[in-house]
Design a protein around this ligand. Sequence first.
Ligand SMILES: NC(=O)C1=CN([C@@H]2O[C@H](COP(=O)(O)OP(=O)(O)OC[C@H]3O[C@@H](n4cnc5c(N)ncnc54)[C@H](OP(=O)(O)O)[C@@H]3O)[C@@H](O)[C@H]2O)C=CC1
Ligand SMILES: Nc1nc(=O)c2c([nH]1)NC[C@@H]1CN(c3ccc(C(=O)N[C@@H](CCC(=O)O)C(=O)O)cc3)C=[N+]21
Length: 293
Amino acid sequence: MTLLDGKKTSEAIQNEIAAEVAAIKAKGGKIPHLAAVLVGNDGGSVTYVTNKVATCERIGFGSSLIRYEDTVTEEELLNKIKELNEDEEVDGFIVQLPLPKHIDTEKVIEAIDPKKDVDGFHPTNVGRMVAGLPAYLPATPAGILQLLQRYEIDTKGKHCVVVGRSNIVGTPMSILMAKGGYPGNATVTLCHRNTVDLAYHTRQADIIIVAVGQPGLITADMVKEGAVVIDVGTTRVPDASRKSGFRLRGDVDFDNVAEKCSYITPVPGGVGPLTIAMLMTNTLRASKKEVYG
Ligand SMILES: NC(=O)C1=CN([C@@H]2O[C@H](COP(=O)(O)OP(=O)(O)OC[C@H]3O[C@@H](n4cnc5c(N)ncnc54)[C@H](OP(=O)(O)O)[C@@H]3O)[C@@H](O)[C@H]2O)C=CC1
Ligand SMILES: Nc1nc(=O)c2c([nH]1)NC[C@@H]1CN(c3ccc(C(=O)N[C@@H](CCC(=O)O)C(=O)O)cc3)C=[N+]21
């Protein structure tokens, strides 16, 4: 079994970007700038956004963090988005999800200028991705493609079972794996809550990608010998032995599944760091106007 080291792969990508930023700086060009909007104080969201901003600093990007209490109105948020759309200093921005219930998430996403939508969540970017046009790819699926590519994992003709169909991970992942080219050209099955006999499907899989948020959902008996297992799940579970009071758990019963498979991502240190790296890649592409000219 080979561990897919997300931390190392993410660092390699960040180093490549940092070198490009240094070259841009040397030529007196504009430094890429990412803005992040964070609503509320949820521990996970705060950690992820803080990681994103810290990564910007490390690789030489400009960054700004805009924080709101979870009592912020939809109108205030939409006004901020309009401002960020028009701010020439900002190349790309994200609105961290989930948002409080009184805010219409779809409306917020649609308010983002697709040119600055470095999360790749706007319907314009989703549509362009599906159509095979240049687009910002959502960071988590794009990061998984990077992992497969950098570890030279064969995907052509393989059966890929994606578990979970969210707009930000499962659905785009299934589309990208079914596309032509590499990594891609897989035969894809997309499973969700209504799937009858999940284990039947996962047992047929050469590649399993799980994004559900249920610790330990995928057990060893559900995995074929030699399969590639990608675990997107990051759930905080209570752990009194840690200073933080919790630890992160994936959707895969790691210890038992690891013995059976050919490749596996750990949690933490697997897909998560790649998500950050690909957000930086998208921001660099935005500053170079690669997608929309
Ligand atoms: N590492 C990273 O970079 C990232 C990690 N995550 C993590 O990934 C996990 C999933 O998040 P996200 O993609 O936003 O998904 P959501 O929480 O939005 O949705 C979960 C999906 O899982 C499906 N599901 C729930 N229970 C089952 C089950 N028993 N069997 C099969 N399918 C099931 C749901 O089906 P249905 O549609 O039928 O309700 C839904 O499609 C979370 O732990 C999240 O923290 C998310 C994004 C990035
Ligand atoms: N607009 C928006 N864009 C997102 O990309 C987005 C989002 N909203 N909402 C929530 C999910 C989740 N997500 C993660 C990012 C990094 C890690 C990550 O770096 N994880 C580390 C551990 C971090 C820790 O210590 O908690 C790891 O797995 O090694 C995890 C999860 C992005 N998401």
